[in-house]
Design a protein around this ligand. Structure first.
Ligand code: DX5
Ligand code: ZN
Length: 218
């Protein structure tokens, strides 16, 4: 069964702790988008806030770095062991150094790839990462529409994983909702980010449970 991660940039920013408490029993962890207003045209939380959010829950933390300098941020993040830390292949040339640095901290390295990037660019790193994240919207904002070609991109990674006996999980981030989640699970997604699909609803817990029930039947 796929794991569901509420994306807290879409949540009520003045009540993040309350949102986490409500959702915790029904999800596998929380997705935290870190944006630097340079790699993407939007700005979210810095390390102070991310570290505080990580302390506020016992659920798994999945940090998604959309920043020009992932290495600099790694040194100031304080996350529990086995947290997932995603960075973008487009953001840096120091891919191997960043993977190593994440592993040194006992976190799980994850490589995110934007919709227009050639997926084969990630192939040299698939053996050394814990997760690949197929971005199904242009990174930067919650509430965008899912890009349909993402299905084929996910399928490509799922096939590559099977033929080469690799162990990475496949994440999908952006525009996931009740109309596409079943197909995403069927093509091989393991880790699913949910922003607007939960937080634009008047009852995020009910929305999450509905989506859980959906994928339980896939
Ligand atoms: C987009 C972010 C996503 C976003 C998902 O740059 O990385 O995590 O919060 O939100 P929805 O599900 O609304 O697209
Ligand atoms: Zn994200």
């Amino acid at each position: 069964v796929a794991a569901l991660y509420p994306s807290l940039i879409a949540a009520d920013q003045l009540n993040l702790e309350r949102e986490m408490r409500l959702l915790e029993p029904h999800c596998q962890g929380f997705h935290l988008d870190v944006m630097d207003n340079h790699f993407v045209p939007n700005l979210t939380w810095g390390p102070l806030m991310v570290n505080a959010l990580a302390r506020a829950t016992t659920s798994r933390i999945w940090v998604h770095l959309m920043v020009d300098d992932p290495l600099a941020l790694l040194s100031v993040l304080e996350l529990p062991a086995e947290s997932l830390v995603s960075f973008h292949i487009e953001s840096t040339k120091k891919i191997e150094a960043i993977i190593d640095s994440i592993k040194e901290k006992k976190w799980h390295p994850s490589l995110a790839i934007s919709p227009k990037t050639d997926p084969t660019r990630t192939f040299p790193f698939l053996h050394s990462i814990h997760q690949i994240v197929v971005m199904s919207v242009e990174p930067g904002f919650s509430g965008q529409e899912f890009i349909p070609t993402s299905f084929e991109r996910i399928d490509l990674f799922a096939r590559k994983r099977a033929t080469e006996n690799m162990t990475f999980t496949i994440g999908v981030d952006g525009g996931v909702n009740a109309t596409n989640i079943d197909r995403l699970v069927n093509v091989g997604c393991d880790d699913i980010v949910l922003g607007a699909a939960l937080f634009k609803s008047h009852d995020p817990v009910a929305a999450l449970r509905t989506l859980q029930a959906h994928i339980a039947g896939t």
